[in-house]
Design a protein around this ligand. Structure first.
Ligand code: AMP
Ligand code: FE
Ligand code: FE
Ligand code: ZN
Length: 282
């Protein structure tokens, strides 16, 4: 397997391209492998796997598990988990259920001030998809209240605006243990988006390493430039791998598919360590 883009979202969560379409786009830009990492769901794996022989693009099935430390949302990429692991199934079902009731509550609050209904949000959400603020953002765009998702996140959906609220999520140590228990390989997603001064404390990173953390997603479009060298040093001190990914969401974000990639030797180590499932090769 060649270098891979290890963080990609489809319509199974808040991306705008369906799983098969993502593999077709990867083929179109000569990207040899991608990981499908929808939020709290493996529901896109089958469709993506079916597109492997058609496109010649290798698939590393994964997910992006939502966790929370205090009030800060922490995302964990879990590669090659067993999609039928009972603990993981139960936890992700609970998170998705809470995401749904939370989205309904956010829409209820917004609808006091803006013309917006729950049906507007459903119209932007694929059947069975893990719902999130991006779907509410798309509904706000369709109603003409904002121009795009970014404007919605900067305004109405920003916590300061008073409408958004968090959903249930386990703590990151529990998340790392769960991904390992399901035979998967856990990587801390975009740890530098809030700058070098606000990376997770090293003592907490050490706890995650103790729990089984494999790596840090250092090369990510939203990690701030000043955070990257400190993150590389942190990875070196704790024996963590360093990954690179785009966090592509289709038209939902400026991130371009394949803009960051993980070297083949790191991808091979992930495949070697995983016992939950196997990559799908052309
Ligand atoms: P939620 O899952 O409801 O907490 O929403 C967070 C999701 O929204 C993340 O997966 C991000 O990819 C996406 N997101 C965050 N900020 C933005 C933005 N400015 N523009 C588009 N998508 C965003
Ligand atoms: Fe997302
Ligand atoms: Fe994320
Ligand atoms: Zn993501």
């Amino acid at each position: 397997m060649g270098p891979a883009d290890l963080h990609v979202h489809s319509t199974v969560s808040d991306g705008t391209v369906d799983p098969a379409g993502l593999l077709a786009e990867a083929a179109g830009i000569g990207l040899p492998a991608i990981a499908l990492t929808d939020h709290d769901s493996t529901a896109g794996w089958a469709e993506a796997a079916a597109a492997v022989p058609v496109t010649g693009v290798a698939l590393i099935p994964g997910m992006e598990l939502s966790t929370r430390e205090q009030w800060v949302s922490v995302h964990l990429l879990g590669y090659l988990v067993d999609p039928l692991h009972e603990g993981l199934l139960a936890e992700t079902a609970m998170i998705r259920e809470s995401r749904l009731t939370r989205a309904e509550e956010i829409v209820r609050r917004i609808s006091r001030d803006y013309d917006l209904t729950w049906d507007d949000v459903l119209a932007q959400t694929a059947e069975g998809a893990t719902i999130g603020r991006p779907h509410i953002a798309d509904a706000l765009v369709a109603r003409g209240h904002v121009v795009d998702r970014s404007a919605a996140f900067a305004g109405i959906l920003h916590p300061r605006a008073g409408y958004a609220q968090p959903h249930y999520a386990p703590d990151p140590v529990t998340g790392v243990r769960l991904i390992r228990a399901a035979g998967g390989v856990p990587v801390l997603a975009h740890p530098g988006t809030r700058g070098a001064q606000r990376v997770m404390p090293e003592s907490k990173i050490a706890e995650l390493v103790e729990a089984g953390l494999f790596g840090l997603e250092v090369d990510h479009p939203e990690n701030r430039p000043d955070a990257k060298e400190p993150l590389r040093a942190l990875a070196a001190r704790h024996g963590l791998a360093v990954t690179g990914s785009s966090d592509y969401h289709g038209a939902g974000k400026a991130n371009r598919l394949g803009e960051h990639r993980t070297p083949a030797e790191v991808v091979a180590r992930i495949v070697d360590e995983a016992t939950g499932s196997a990559p799908v090769l052309p």
